[in-house]
Every structure is written in structure tokens, then in C-alpha cells.
Design a binder for this molecule. Sequence first.
Ligand SMILES: Cc1ncc(COP(=O)(O)O)c(C=O)c1O
Length: 437
Amino acid sequence: MPIDADACRALDRRHLWHPFTRRSAVDGEPFPVITRGEGCYLYDTDGTRYLDAIASWWCCNLGHGHPRLMEAIRRQTRELDHSILGNLSHPRAVELATELAGLLPGERHILFAGDGASAVEAALKIALQYWHNVGQPQRCRFASLAGAYHGDTLGALSVGYVEQFHAPFAPLVQPVFRADSPCCERCAWNRQPPDCGLPCFESMQRIVDEHGPELAAVIVEPLCQGAAGMRIYPHAWLRRLADLCAARDVLLIADEIAVGFGRTGTLFAFEQAAVAPDIVCLGKGLSAGCLPISAAAVADRLYATFSDKPADRTFYHGHTFAGNPLACAAALEMLRVYREDGIVQEAARKGRLLAERMAPLRELPGVAAVRWLGLIGAVELDGAVPGRAQQVQARLRRQGILLRPLGEVVYLMPPLVIPDDVLGKTVACLYDSLRHG
Ligand SMILES: Cc1ncc(COP(=O)(O)O)c(C=O)c1O
């Protein structure tokens, strides 16, 4: 039955609370009502086709409705829809944990959760309890980066606190040491990587030097601080952080929720720095965005301390839908498709194409910086014309391209399977839009 878009919007305004969305955006202009997804495209009630240029919040790496993922889910529905992992097991969770552990450095145990924030929450609590387990409960503080985003639950919010958005929650937010955010394209020291000497590391160095004995862990988004506006930083910075953490016995948590599964041109972004984080948070692309699933992948040296003998050091934490069999089946199929179709290698190759196409945008008026990494391409506007990013967004939407700027940063983060010509055309549309307005 055809869907009446206006009726749908009216009910939407009455009953639906949109995440991370200003009321004026919902109450204002009619927004598309999406009814179908196929490949890199979303379709609205009128049949208008939009390129999903942000992979639906950075997760639909294989596009929408991938036939193999859909079939894997259907197959799984014939066996087992849901079963908890508390004192029980099921084959899909075991297979997925085994595969993920095999893809990550060292020996690991995988704790599943439902969405990114809950994986981060688990990682923070595991870090805290680890120090408790080994008799160092004074290590109970965290360090993170200015502008970090790790999710919207209270623990994740503490390490990613931004005054502008989170002031109402301040009473429940834990104080965290906050290091300067590195970003090569906006280098405050005007240096060029790779021989810049990383002056941007100094504030993190100071925090760990001064507060090491109180620190449970440092948590970072490896190589790219997504929500901060795709702030891309060199792998040497991450390498230095891992060395520092190892030297001061501070745990390192890599939040790969946005950048994992090929986004930066390697399966995990931290691989480029040749580091082995103690805990790796995974989400979004773990099911290629088709079902909610996330994970904290924890080094066995930490896991080993969570025994209940002689004292009870059980991790009393879990979510009803952790390791849901349908989501695990989708994730397992995602990994098979990645292997068979060389998705990561292709993402790296397309990343080079994106870099080539993005570079000329630097010359455009009103552009403060252009940066890219793998299949992330971002243009930071100089802010001289208020609302320009939203104008670009509206113009591109009329051309059938869906974007969602982060403040003054307009970025592309398309499905990794985007065809070369579509990628090229999308950057060309962005170029034209910035040139004309
Ligand atoms: C780096 C990072 N961590 C955590 C999250 C939170 O994930 P979720 O929205 O699934 O809770 C996000 C979401 O954008 C993210 O980018």
C-alpha cells in the first residue's frame, strides 16, 4: 500500500522523538520519509533516490539490503531468533567471537553489546574493574581527547563531554582528563607530518606523566575523531600514545566503532599505527549496519583477572540482546563478504581516488581545510557565512545526495562499496555546491 508521506510526517511530529535532532528541523521543512534501501541508495515515499553519502551514520559499509546479509538473517530466523548468553551459549556468538578474536592482536575475549555506546560503557567498566581486581583501585580516572565522541550514555558521555551539548548532564558526568585534539589539517603549530615532531602530543604526555598512577585507561578514536568534525591525525601520534600507555601501565582503549571494518583503508584503523590496544570497541560496521550489535574485545591478560575464585571478581554487566543470534549471523556474513570481495583493499583503493578528487576543494573560497583518510573526506568551512554547511546539505539533497554536516564540516563517508564513478560524481557535486555558494 502506498504510504502517504504527509500523514506519516504528521504522526512523526506528534509521536516520534528524533535522535540528535533539533526540534526546528523536524517542525520545519518536510523531510524525506525513507521507505526503501538498496545498495548505496535510499528511496523516499515519492520514489526519489538519494545517495547515502554518510552510510546512515557511518555503519552501512556494504550499502543497504545486501542480498547475502539479508539471506544470512533469513537463514538464522529458521534456527534461533534470540537466546541470552548468561550461562548459555549459541553457535553464532561463538563463531563471531572466534572470528573477531582472530582478527585482533593477541588473545582476546569478546563481550557483546547492542550499540556503540554500550560497548564503550562496558570497556570503561572493564578497565575500572581490572584495576580493582589487581588491587589498584586508585586507578579510576580516564583520559580522552578534546572533542572526543564515544556515545551518549553517561559513562561514554564522561569521556566525550562537550559543554555545548551536554551541560544538563554535568551533575552525572565523571571528571576526565582531556588532552588537546590532534588534527594535521588544522595544525596549531603549522607543522607538516610525518616529520612534525608531534607537538600536539605534549598535552597527552603531560596528563599521563602527571596522573599516570590514577589513570585506569586512555580512550581514543584511532586516527580520526569523527563527531568532532573528522579530525584526522597521524598514526605516529597513536603509536606514541600506545608506547606511553605501555610505559606507564595505563590501559589503552581504541574506540573503533566509527572507523573499524575498513573505513580508513585497513580493517582496523589502529593497525596503521602497529599498536595492540588492551580493549577495542566495535559497533556500527560490525553488522554492516543492518542489525544492532557491538562488542568490547578485551585482551586476555585483563580477562584473566575476572575469575570468581578465590574471590568473586565476576563482571556483573550485560545486556539482554548482547550477541543476538540474528545480528551475529549478519556480522559473520559481513566478514565473509569482506574476505571474498576484498572490501578493505577496495576501500583503500577508493580512498586514494577520493583523496585525488578532494584535493582541489582546498582552493575554493570559504574553505578552511580539506582532509581525508580512507573513505572519509571532509571539508571544513571557515564559518564566514553562517549556515553555509546547511545550505550545501540542502543543495546536495536536491541533487539526490544525503549528507549531515557536523557544524562547519561537510563530509562524505559513503558505503565502502560505492562505485568509483558515483564517488567521483559526488565529490564533483560537492565541489560545485561549494563553488557556487
Ligand atoms: C567513535 C564512536 N564511538 C561510539 C559511538 C556510539 O555509537 P552508537 O551510536 O551506536 O551508540 C559513535 C557513534 O557515532 C562513535 O562515532
